[in-house]
Structures are given as C-alpha cells and as structure tokens.
Design a protein around this ligand. Structure first.
Ligand SMILES: [Zn+2]
Length: 274
C-alpha cells in the first residue's frame, strides 16, 4: 500500500514582513544586505523595514531600497544623541522622507536605560529630540517607529502631546497594561526576539493581550537574536522563530499571525501588497 501524499501544513506561515531591522549594522557585522535579503526570502521573510539613524544612513538605506524591491526605510534620530538635529539636518531629513521608499520616521523615542559608562543623554535632550522628530513626522505625514526603553509613561505623554498619523512600538517591552494603553491609541505593538527569552513572563502576557490588527513582529537584527540563537548575530531570516512563539502564545496558526501582521504592517507604513 502506498501512503497518501502528506497533507500540506495549513499552519505553515506564508510571507511575513520584518517590521524592524538594521541592514547597515548587519552589514558591518559581516552579512551584506544582498545576502541577508536572499536568506530572509528563503525563510519566508519577503520584505523588511530597515532603520536609518540620521541623514547619512538615511541616504545609504534609500540607495539600498532602490536596489532591492523588498526593502523599505524608516529614518530617524538616535534617542540618546547628544543634541536634536539642527535646522539644516532637519531639512535634509525632510527631503529624504519624500522618497517613495521612505515609509516612516524612526526609530525615535526615549531611552532611560543607564548603562554604567554607557551612552546616554539627559532626559530633557531626549525629549527635545523626540519632539523634533514627531513634528517632522507630522509634516511629512508619516507614521513613527518608537523606541521606548524604561520610559513608558514619558513616551506616551510625548505621543499624546503630538499625536502621529501612526505608531509602532518597536521591540515592545511592557506588560498587558501598556498593551491596553497602546491599543486605546491605535498603536501597533511589535514583538522582537526578547519574547523568546526565558525570563519574558510579562512580555508573553503582553503578546496575548494585543488585539487583532495591532500586532507586528520584528527581528531588530543584528541585535536581540531569538532563542535558540540568543547572543549571536541576528538577521531577518530568524524572524520565523519569533513568529512561531507569538503564534503559540496566542493559540493561533503561524500562518494566521503571518497574514495578520503582514496586513497590519502594510497598512501602517502604506506598503504596496506583494
Ligand atoms: Zn532597532
């Protein structure tokens, strides 16, 4: 007796978007963009949003997007930069944001992590930078990719004062209460490899609390590789590990989550469907 052909796995995820990675930083760590993107595609990650810090990285990332159809760019200003952009830099950022592949302002936000001897900037400087970036996003009519590290209340306060046309809370790092605060405002919550870490209790509760339509996944590559790759270089091709865990936590098929997050990220950033 011959076996019937195996049922195709209806839960196997379709194409998914990495809503947040750093292709230029990944290249510096030895994985060139063309290779990273080919490996991503082979893993079902057809499109990525790459993050550019400042004018120079913005221009280089847009050049990359022109060469690779699956690449879209967010351009921002490092939250812990020593100063907000000056008028000339703001004008240059505004011009870059007119590029059709520039889909958002980011990452921008507040970072209150204070590593001993590490890079940081006073709260007032960080807030001034964030306000300049929110004004820039509003003028450009673009959504904002938000970096919030140990600064939930302050970040929400700034976003409430200058409501953007769209927000994704990148590398979501709160619990269900922060999910509720974000959902009330229509903010997308994007989960990174941190959700796969063993001590991610609150974060896992948060994954379950995100309403349909506001969920996204990301790698933040080359940082924050998901388990079992933790501590190594991350890349967009590793997104399925995070997607699988997010799906399991929500009791959904990976394919359901892939479709839903893809639709959410397309809508937020105004990406053309595949
Ligand atoms: Zn990032």
């Amino acid at each position: 007796m011959t076996r019937p052909p195996a049922e195709p796995d209806r839960c196997a995820p379709g194409p998914v978007i990495d809503s947040h990675c750093h292709l230029l930083a990944l290249a510096e760590q030895g994985l060139p963009p063309a290779q990273a993107l080919a490996r991503a595609r082979a893993a079902g990650v057809e499109r990525v949003v790459t993050i550019a810090d400042g004018v120079g990285e913005g221009a280089r990332s847009l050049a990359l997007a022109e060469r690779h159809p699956g690449v879209f760019v967010a351009i921002g200003w490092e939250p812990r930069a020593p100063a907000p952009p000056d008028d000339q830099q703001l004008a240059a950022l505004a011009e870059l944001l007119q590029h059709p592949r520039a889909v958002a302002v980011g990452e921008v936000g507040l970072d209150y992590h204070r590593p001993p001897g590490g890079r940081t900037a006073p709260d007032a400087t960080q807030r001034a930078t964030l306000r300049a970036m929110l004004d820039l996003a509003r003028t450009a009519g673009k959504p904002v990719v938000v970096h919030d590290r140990l600064a939930h209340d302050a970040v929400l306060e700034e976003l409430d004062a200058r409501p953007p046309v769209g927000v994704v809370m990148h590398c979501f790092s709160g619990g269900p209460a922060l999910v509720r605060a974000c959902a009330e405002r229509g903010f997308v919550c994007s989960f990174a490899g941190t959700v796969t870490f063993r001590n991610a209790g609150e974060l896992r509760l948060a994954v379950r609390a995100v309403p349909a339509g506001l969920l996204a996944v990301e790698t933040d590559a080359p940082f924050l590789a998901p388990e079992p790759h933790r501590g190594r270089r991350n890349e967009p091709a590793l997104l399925p590990a995070t997607l699988a865990l997010v799906a399991a936590l929500r009791g959904e098929c990976p394919d359901t989550v892939a479709r839903a997050t893809t639709a959410t990220v397309e809508a937020l950033f105004g990406l053309p469907p595949l």
